[in-house]
Design a protein around this ligand. Structure first.
Ligand SMILES: [Zn+2]
Length: 151
C-alpha cells in the first residue's frame, strides 16, 4: 500500500484506540505530507470535525490560501459528502481511500451513505425542509452588491 494511505489508516486505527471514529486523512503535495487529520467528534462539539476537513483546514490556515489545487487527499475511509464538498471548494482533484461508505454501513456508520442518497433527491423530497423566501424589495441585495464590488 502507498505510504500516505498507510499513514491515513494508521491515524484511523490510533483514533479508534483513543475512543474516536475510524477515520484518518493525509493531505499531500509533491510527495510531501502537508497536513493530517483524524475524526475528532469524540473530543469536540463540532460535526465538521472530520479527518479530511481538519486536514484541509490546517493546510489552508498554514498556507493562507483557499486554493489547494494540485493536492491529493489520502483517506482511510471514503470521504463523506461534507468532506467531498470541501475538496471541491478547495480544488483538490484526487482522492485515494481504503474503506468505502458501504464498508462503513457494515459497522454501523451509515450516515455518509444516507446523505449521499439525500443529496441526489429533489429539494422537496429531502428530509431537511428547505423553504425559499425571496428578498424584500427594500433590502439590499447581497449578491448584486458582490457583483458590483467584484467587477
Ligand atoms: Zn467527512
Amino acid at each position: 500500500m502507498d505510504e500516505f494511505l498507510s499513514r491515513a489508516v494508521e491515524l484511523a486505527v490510533d483514533n479508534v484506540k483513543e475512543g474516536g471514529q475510524p477515520f484518518g486523512a493525509v493531505l499531500v503535495k509533491d510527495e510531501r505530507i502537508i497536513a493530517e487529520g483524524v475524526n475528532e467528534l469524540h473530543k469536540t462539539y463540532d460535526v465538521s470535525g472530520h479527518a479530511e476537513l481538519l486536514a484541509i483546514r490546517r493546510a489552508q490556515e498554514e498556507l493562507r490560501t483557499n486554493d489547494l489545487s494540485g493536492y491529493t487527499m489520502y483517506a482511510s475511509g471514503e470521504p463523506c459528502p461534507m468532506c467531498l464538498t470541501a475538496m471541491y471548494f478547495a480544488g483538490i482533484d484526487k482522492v485515494y481511500y481504503c474503506q468505502s461508505v458501504e464498508d462503513a454501513i457494515k459497522v454501523g456508520l451509515g450516515k455518509s451513505s444516507m446523505i449521499y442518497e439525500e443529496i441526489k433527491k429533489e429539494r422537496a423530497d429531502r428530509s431537511i425542509t428547505m423553504t425559499r423566501v425571496p428578498l424584500e424589495r427594500e433590502q439590499e441585495n447581497p449578491m448584486q452588491l458582490w457583483k458590483t464590488v467584484n467587477k
